[in-house]
Design a protein around this ligand. Structure first.
Ligand SMILES: Cc1cc2nc3c(=O)[nH]c(=O)nc-3n(C[C@H](O)[C@H](O)[C@H](O)COP(=O)(O)O)c2cc1C
Ligand SMILES: Nc1ncnc2c1ncn2[C@@H]1O[C@H](COP(=O)(O)OP(=O)(O)OP(=O)(O)O)[C@@H](O)[C@H]1O
Length: 147
């Protein structure tokens, strides 16, 4: 699917209500290679926190519109390695707080014959008092001010 001469990076996440922390992550992931694919999580796989507010298609379309992103796609419902097999990336960029275990992902990549490294991206802290770098914090403020 991807151009063999380019170093392909994959980033992934929920991306519900975009904020500068997402932009930081995607820019850092893009800098790890030549082209950036983003896998947008299905609601059914977001099981460690509240379900996203926006639909999967809307979250994908907004991520896809970012200049730093070459292509955003919806994730697979059952097997998160299906899009990885299809894209055949050189690097998977895990977010700084993503619960996934990098070593377990590397083991599964090897089992499926996918030659790809796993890197951990850095976190971006707020630089201004009123800056919200988390979807949950944005929703909390909306509920606080408008609820
Ligand atoms: C390598 C990798 C591939 C993934 N592929 C998918 C996928 O195909 N479908 C999906 O729904 N979630 C996929 N996920 C999971 C989500 O992107 C995500 O980690 C989680 O469900 C949402 O939580 P987060 O935004 O806090 O990371 C993948 C995660 C990783 C690390
Ligand atoms: N402040 C941040 N700095 C760096 N990366 C971030 C930041 N916030 C989110 N990310 C990364 O963006 C990707 C998608 O994150 P996600 O959609 O879970 O957003 P979130 O704001 O962390 O959500 P929530 O607050 O609901 O947990 C993840 O890989 C995550 O690590």
């Amino acid at each position: 699917m991807t151009n063999d001469s380019l170093r392909t990076v994959i980033a992934q996440g929920t991306f519900d209500l975009l904020h500068p922390g997402h932009v930081h992550y995607l820019e850092e992931a893009a800098a790890m290679g030549d082209e950036l694919y983003v896998i947008v999580a299905r609601k059914s796989n977001v099981d460690h926190k509240e379900a996203p507010i926006c639909s999967a298609a809307q979250r994908r379309d907004v991520v896809d519109a970012l200049e730093v992103v070459d292509k955003a796609i919806l994730g697979h419902e059952e097997d998160i390695f299906v899009p990885i097999e299809r894209i055949d990336p050189d690097v998977i960029a895990l977010g700084h707080d993503q619960h996934h275990d990098g070593a377990a992902i590397e083991d599964e990549l090897e089992r499926r014959g996918i030659d790809c490294t796993v890197e951990r991206a850095s976190g971006r802290e707020s630089t201004r008092e009123d800056e919200l770098l988390s979807t949950r914090l944005i929703i909390d403020r909306i509920l606080d001010r408008r609820g």
